[in-house]
Write a protein of this length. Structure first.
Length: 199
């Protein structure tokens, strides 16, 4: 299939065949934070029925290297599989590694976790907040694609609130309970106990 980029509703788009099926890759020319975020969509995104959406923050170690320290990779895989099964949906991939602190600082945080700190303690001891992520770019891409009503695949109520505040109608939160293993039990309990995730 022709992968030539075409201009469409202030986004660039190209076909992307994957192991889950044929998706369309969307990228906005400019976002408020000047980062290169993308969407991976399947089917008619502008239909009447609420769209199944995953807002996923970049995790090189989990998404590309199959790290067992987190549940990011399995959640991304599960989201793409769910979309393929329904034949319609969108994953928004936000370039905010390490909950917004960047890859190098994430590895510093890993080293502190190896010494017994949890993810929140490690970020704070490096001089950061527990979570620096923002979701404006996700709402920008949804708006650019004409998507107003979604079913959001997340365990994080802050994502739901952020999109609702951006006037996106989140009609349902779809739980994403994937990827638990002996290496990330403390990581997941910290998400629940300190960050309010619904696991």
């Amino acid at each position: 299939m022709n992968s030539e980029m075409t201009k469409n509703s202030s986004t660039l788009q190209a076909e992307l065949p994957t192991k889950w099926g044929n998706f369309t890759l969307y990228a906005m020319e400019e976002t408020a934070d000047k980062k290169e975020h993308v969407g991976l969509g399947m089917g008619d995104l502008s239909g009447v029925e609420p769209l199944l959406v995953r807002v996923h923050s970049e995790c090189l170690t989990g998404d590309a290297f199959a790290s067992l320290r987190c549940d990011c990779g399995p959640q991304l895989d599960a989201a793409l599989q769910k979309i393929a099964e329904q034949g319609r949906g969108l994953v928004i991939y936000l370039r905010q590694e390490g909950r917004g602190i960047g890859l190098f600082n994430k590895i510093k945080a890993y080293a502190l976790q190896d010494q017994g700190q949890d993810t929140v303690e490690a970020n704070i001891n490096l001089g950061f907040e527990a979570d620096l992520r923002t979701f404006e770019a996700a709402s920008e891409l949804l708006e650019a694609l004409g998507i107003k009503k979604i079913k959001l695949m997340t365990n994080n109520p802050k994502k739901v609130k952020a999109l609702q505040e951006a006037k996106i109608d989140v009609v349902e939160r779809v739980p994403m309970k994937f990827g638990k293993n002996p290496h990330n039990e403390h990581y997941l309990s910290t998400k629940t106990g300190k960050m309010g995730h619904l696991l």
